[in-house]
Design a binder for this molecule. Structure first.
Ligand code: DX5
Ligand code: ZN
Length: 229
């Protein structure tokens, strides 16, 4: 089971986004783009025009995390803009199955995001419609927050649900992921890791990504969920 690292540009220098994205392109698998509308979360970041511009310059695929209201209306445009993965919050979606199918039809992977207090169990039946579950390990809205260990039991339960449904769905950890926390995320069942401040505050960003990958891969290789029991 190969792990993936998706650096979040939220804490990067927004005045130099193309260079900031390029600075992780030798080591990362994705670029995590946090779209915030100042309604679903108390922060405003960037939207479709910036994603369209990033798509033209990024050698890495875009992993768009939409922290917005009314994703049913707005999310498909991010897939049409070329985002390779579009994740919407279940707390904001009116018709999540229809939205996931629309995203897939537009050529993107469909991701479902859960805030820390949102359980996974009510959505297990949606899993066949999804390509990824994003479990937030901080309250959405800002980078640089402390990792919430209380979400780890939910990660384990989400991994068990995924394994009941055939196991092709990726499980993404988002928020407070660093060299100090990534191993317990991998041990719990995550296989895709968003890291914002842990990467963008590092002097050598590629080295930081490589270290996160090594820690996560080692923890995954010995994790009980990978051994199938
Ligand atoms: C928070 C965002 C996260 C955040 C991660 O709402 O969804 O992607 O930027 O940044 P760190 O890794 O610094 O918590
Ligand atoms: Zn995010």
């Amino acid at each position: 089971m190969a792990v993936q690292i998706s650096p979040s540009i939220l804490n990067s220098d927004f005045a130099r986004l193309a260079d900031e994205v390029a600075s992780v392109s030798q080591s990362a698998d994705w670029v995590h783009v946090d779209v915030m509308d100042n309604h679903f979360v108390p922060n405003l970041t960037l939207g479709l025009p910036v994603v369209e511009s990033l798509r033209k310059v990024s050698v890495l695929p875009l992993d768009c995390h939409l922290m917005i209201e009314d994703p049913d209306r707005w999310a498909p445009a991010y897939a049409e803009a070329g985002a390779a993965s579009v994740t919407f919050h279940i707390e904001a979606a009116a018709a999540p199955v229809r939205l996931a199918r629309t995203l897939r039809a537009a050529g993107a992977r469909a991701g479902l995001a859960l805030k820390p207090a949102t359980p996974i169990e009510p959505y297990e039946d949606l899993l066949p419609e999804l390509d990824m579950i994003l479990i937030m390990s901080v309250e959405p809205g800002f980078g640089g927050q402390r990792f919430l260990d209380i979400v780890l039991p939910k990660v384990r339960r989400a991994r068990q649900a995924i394994q009941r449904h055939g196991g092709q769905i990726w499980l993404q950890m988002d928020g407070g992921v660093s060299a100090e926390t990534i191993e317990r995320c991998a041990d719990a069942g995550a296989d895709v890791f968003v890291a914002g401040s842990a990467v963008y505050s590092a002097d050598d960003r590629d080295a930081a990504v490589r270290e996160l990958r090594e820690l996560a891969q080692r923890a995954t290789d010995s994790a009980s969920w990978v051994q199938g029991h």
